[in-house]
Design a protein around this ligand. Sequence first.
Ligand code: NAD
Length: 482
Amino acid sequence: MDPVLNYIDGEFVAAQSGETLDTINPATGEVITTLPRSRSEDVGTATSAAMKAAPAWSATPISERIRWLHRLADALMEEHETIAHLESMDTGKPISLARRVDASRSVANFRFYAEFGEQHSDPTFSDHGAVNHVHRSPIGCVGLITPWNLPLYLLTWKVAPALLMGNTIVAKPSELTPLTAHHLAGIMQRIGFPNGVFNLVHGLGPEVGQAIVEHPKIRAISFTGGTATGKIVAATAAPMFKKISLELGGKNATVVLDDAPLEKIMDDVVRASFTNSGQVCLCGSRILVHSSIYEPFKQQFIKAVEGIVVGDPSNESTTMGSVISKDHQQKVESYIRLGREEGGKVLSGGTASDSPVDGVHPNGAFLRPTVFEGLSHTSRTACEEIFGPVVTLHPFDDDDEAVTMANATEYGLAGSIWTGDAQRGHAFGQRLDTGIVWVNTWLNRDLRTPFGGVKQSGVGREGGAWSLNFFSELTNICVLEP
Ligand code: NAD
């Protein structure tokens, strides 16, 4: 495959230093291609291009920007299968998942913001004889930094509203998964998207990401990634009074109440636990189950988990591929060992040597879905983000105890509640310290809704009008007739 390059001012270019990094297929350990190891000078060039393009793009009528978003959605739809293939190869996720989630949602992000923009209007308020008009202006050049678990899905989730609101962009995808961002840049070049409006700089977080956050001309940073990195981003951006949106880690509870219809919910609870090998910030990795149904839940859950087909991501029947890298596999395995040291019992799965996956490449980063019981809900295994295919089961005796257990982590991104009584689930959901709660469903996303976390899971909300507000400056113009 051709090398991945930076995309600056409509041209594909190497890092100024000429240095490169490898991107690796985690299911085989093989190098796919190289990407630029860019540094602050490349961020500087990209930012200059974005600043140069900003006046014309911000002056482009919103109807025209909406047309561009539709054209990008159309072009991505035409490349749906290629994108799924690239994403599966770069991340190790099953091709079926990459099609259904990554490729489809990337199209949907552009389409959604195009249609949302068509319908959006800002309010006016009349009082004391004056009319207050809410006026929106672009921020200018914005920095977008994204992780490896849903590469194009999360990048386009930021690109679409940023473009809609008239901003120009310097974006940095994860160094582990650069392929689909590069492909998007190729699509932009092919369809004649204006040069300099979207710029892509590849490389390492502390080098390229940090340079984006530090650059004085980049006035807003939308960051999705880990909590530890989010702290660095916040500390760097705060003294410069940049706007920041931080979408960070999670350790989400799945709460199964005593009236939950187990057979009906089991597939969804398993999906919430192990989609993308548990590498979705919204996955429920702490499963709290009412003690009266704990044993039947456990039996049915383990049976369903053992039905997950772990294997080669390119195989259509695979339902769980590799994790993102050998390093990450080792991190997840260290948590499996920690879980045992903390007194947990492995009911299914384990480290790769405990429970090897047959028929996969020997250098692939494969793990089986792992289920623990017997751990305290305050143990490190049950409270720290593992971001892999590991869940812990915990019985509880009443709703108050379940709320206490669900809220007992530093994180507060999402949670799901499973019950035969939707009203009870709704009321329970209001007691969780999280930004998102699902009742009897999971990853059911209406893109108009606010998305984001509380506590160490982030600052701010994305989605619908919340993204439009983040990616624009609002001025109130109060007009009194003379
Ligand atoms: P990460 O924090 O290691 O990296 C995220 C991005 O930040 C990458 O592009 C990385 O290169 C860059 N980066 C690293 N150091 C940087 C620095 N000093 N300055 C600026 N940028 C820097 O996260 P990851 O391992 O790629 O992704 C996994 C994490 O992302 C998990 O914690 C997961 O929960 C979180 N996540 C959150 C959401 C959400 O919406 N809340 C969605 C997906 C993933």
